[in-house]
Design a protein around this ligand. Structure first.
Ligand SMILES: Cc1cc2nc3c(=O)[nH]c(=O)nc-3n(C[C@H](O)[C@H](O)[C@H](O)COP(=O)(O)OP(=O)(O)OC[C@H]3O[C@@H](n4cnc5c(N)ncnc54)[C@H](O)[C@@H]3O)c2cc1C
Length: 566
């Protein structure tokens, strides 16, 4: 009888079970074992914030299949022919003998299992700030089912009144929302000058404004230096600037580190990013060992550099690749990531794919061009909602390098489109005539995605001289005196205005009121409206009438992240 292949998978949450299931589909006879340290299997960790926030109440929904079957060891055995051992920690890998040692954390029973192929899917561990007090009662992370259970209990008991979230990244913001929905007064403390660092500052600031509008407090540019407590219980956090915030709960969400301890001890190569080094087959420096998910480093398809991409979708995709290669030999490859992500922020979403302007500049991309577009996702009569997109492209080739989008509209669709454009190596010119699905319930006749490309095309061709809001703000701070022109109607102005010394001439009246513009045709004029579409039309009118230095403030008032007069 042919040798029955022994495949062992370490880690039983996202990437591990995916690898095991794929291997089973391709090799009916293989002996496949999942060794999982946690008590549960296949936890939908991305769903934890929504369980804590009360979007659903049945804990089991985090653990079950779409048809409601819990993914426990019995399920894996019966439905997949996979032996899954929970509460089982792998303590060592012996690469010479091709065995793993493990301990049952409940019975303390130890075993040694042989493998032909091993898949490491040990995930990531939360980073902890190196400050005193992290062991106090009331200080937690939101990384495991246990954490989710704890925070859900906090919600259900309703005793805690004040909480602090340390870290304004994806998990921090989602936790902030969850706790706010639980009726807790919440403050987010972020070390950097902005939340959500996958966004450029001006979009992140718009997100921050929305978080504040939901009565959550945000403190940026400040870090925690100590968790304060009494009788072992958290009573507050002390910040770098000396301020103390009273709270009974603190959730640490300052990012994750690849969990590579086992791999490192086994002598596998660890990359500079701190993740396990793998090739395109998801194979480690040992040909019999694959590694997938949050514990590995990934190849960035845009920059060619190694990065960390701790995302659930990536973990699942990599799991499939390693499962197939472990079962039938190296045959499929994982091409890498472009770092696409999205998160819910109360009534908004914020997402990004590819490079932000900040990251592109940090990596030395010098000749880039950016544009901001603010416009609705659908017609007004279908209750269209605002989207603000910032697009980053290579100036010479027009190739799309990155896009970020935020707002109450359908951000996910926008980011998905841009992600495919980047993966396909598309340019602005490729996108301007995209044939996308259109009907009013779903989009505008020219979808926000295409409209963004149109604005970029106009900018590249020099038809529109865009100026970013941050540049406008800088000019004002430097006491430069551009002529600022708001071309909205007086009613709109009464309702909402910047109050930065702008003159008001509605677009419809502009041709008749050109005498109100500066006599000096070289004077810098900056036009805008609510989203700067009328602002662009106004700029064309002014240019046709001889003004030579006319700019459009990109995104208009809707993309203005600073305080407004009204
Ligand atoms: C609150 C939260 C929200 C998130 N939201 C999103 C989102 O919206 N979108 C998104 O793309 N990603 C999201 N993520 C990230 C996503 O959950 C992870 O990228 C994904 O779970 C990684 O899968 P993994 O299998 O590599 O690791 P994990 O899911 O961390 O699983 C690793 C498993 O390995 C086990 N293990 C570790 N060491 C050992 C050992 N020595 N022996 C045996 N078992 C071991 C652990 O028990 C663990 O269950 C979120 C994460 C969290 C925590």
């Amino acid at each position: 009888m042919a040798h029955q292949k022994k495949i062992i998978v370490i880690g039983g949450s996202a990437a591990g079970p995916k690898a095991a299931a794929k291997a089973r589909r391709l090799d009916y006879h293989a002996d496949i074992v999942i060794l999982q340290k946690a008590p549960d299997l296949s936890m939908a960790s991305c769903g934890y914030p929504y369980y804590v926030g009360g979007y659903f109440d049945d804990r089991n929904m985090l653990l079950c299949t779409p048809t409601g079957v819990t993914r426990d060891p019995l399920y894996y055995l019966n439905a997949k022919g996979i032996e899954a051992q929970t509460n089982t920690e792998v303590t060592a890998i012996d690469r010479q003998a091709r065995t793993v040692s493990c301990t049952n954390l409940v019975t303390e029973e130890k075993q040694q299992l042989e493998y032909d192929k091993l898949v490491i899917a040990t995930g990531a561990v939360p980073k902890m700030p190196p400050v005193p007090g992290t062991d106090l009662d009331g200080v937690t992370t939101l990384q495991s089912m246990k954490d989710a259970d704890f925070l859900r209990k906090v919600r259900d008991e309703g005793k805690i009144k004040k909480a602090v979230v340390i870290g304004g990244g994806l998990i921090g913001i989602e936790t902030c929302e969850a706790l706010q929905l639980a009726g807790i007064e919440i403050t987010v403390v972020e070390l950097l000058p902005q939340l959500l660092t996958f966004l450029d500052w001006e979009l992140a600031k718009l997100v921050e404004n929305h978080v504040r509008a939901k009565s959550a407090n945000v403190i940026t540019d400040n870090g925690v230096v100590q968790f304060l407590g009494q009788d072992g219980k958290l009573t507050g956090v002390k910040l770098r600037n000396g301020a103390e915030l009273a709270c009974e709960l603190a959730v640490i969400a300052i990012g994750v580190t690849p969990n590579v301890r086992l791999a490192k001890e086994a002598g596998l190569k660890i990359g500079e990013t701190g993740g396990i080094e793998v090739n395109e087959y998801m194979q480690t420096s040992d040909e019999h060992i694959y590694a997938v998910g949050d514990c590995v480093e990934a190849f960035n398809r845009i920059t060619g550099k190694k990065v960390l991409a701790p995302y659930g979708d990536v973990a699942n995709l990599q799991g499939r690749i390693a499962g197939e290669n472990a079962a039938v030999g190296n045959s499929v490859v994982f091409p890498g990531v472009i770092q696409t992500g999205i998160c819910k922020v109360f009534d908004y979403a914020a997402g990004s794919t590819g490079l932000s302007e900040t990251v592109a500049k940090r990596l030395g991309y010098e000749d880039i061009i950016t544009v901001v577009n603010a416009s609705p996702d659908k017609p007004g009569f279908m209750e269209g909602l605002l989207l603000v997109t910032k697009l980053v492209a290579d100036r010479k080739t027009g190739k799309i390098l990155g896009a970020q989008c935020m707002g109450p509209g359908n951000v996910s669709k926008q980011i998905a489109q841009w992600a495919m454009a980047i993966q396909g190596g598309l340019t602005v010119e490729d996108i301007v005539n995209s044939d996308l699905p259109y009907a009013p319930p779903f989009s505008l006749a020219i979808d926000h995605f295409i409209a963004t490309a149109h604005i970029m095309q106009n900018k590249i061709k020099g038809r529109m001289k865009g100026i970013s809001i941050t540049e406008v703000k800088k000019k004002l701070e430097n006491h430069e005196k551009p002529f600022i022109l708001d071309v909205r109607g007086p009613d709109e102005y009464e309702e909402m205005r910047l109050g930065i010394g702008e003159s008001i001439i509605p677009l419809g009246a502009l041709r008749r009121r050109l005498n109100e513009l500066p006599e000096d045709k070289d004077r810098e004029i900056i036009c805008f409206c609510k989203i700067s579409l009328r602002g662009y039309e106004a700029a064309l009118v002014l240019e046709a009438n001889g003004w030579k230095n006319v700019k459009v403030m990109e995104g208009g008032i809707m993309a203005w992240p600073y305080a407004r007069d009204k």
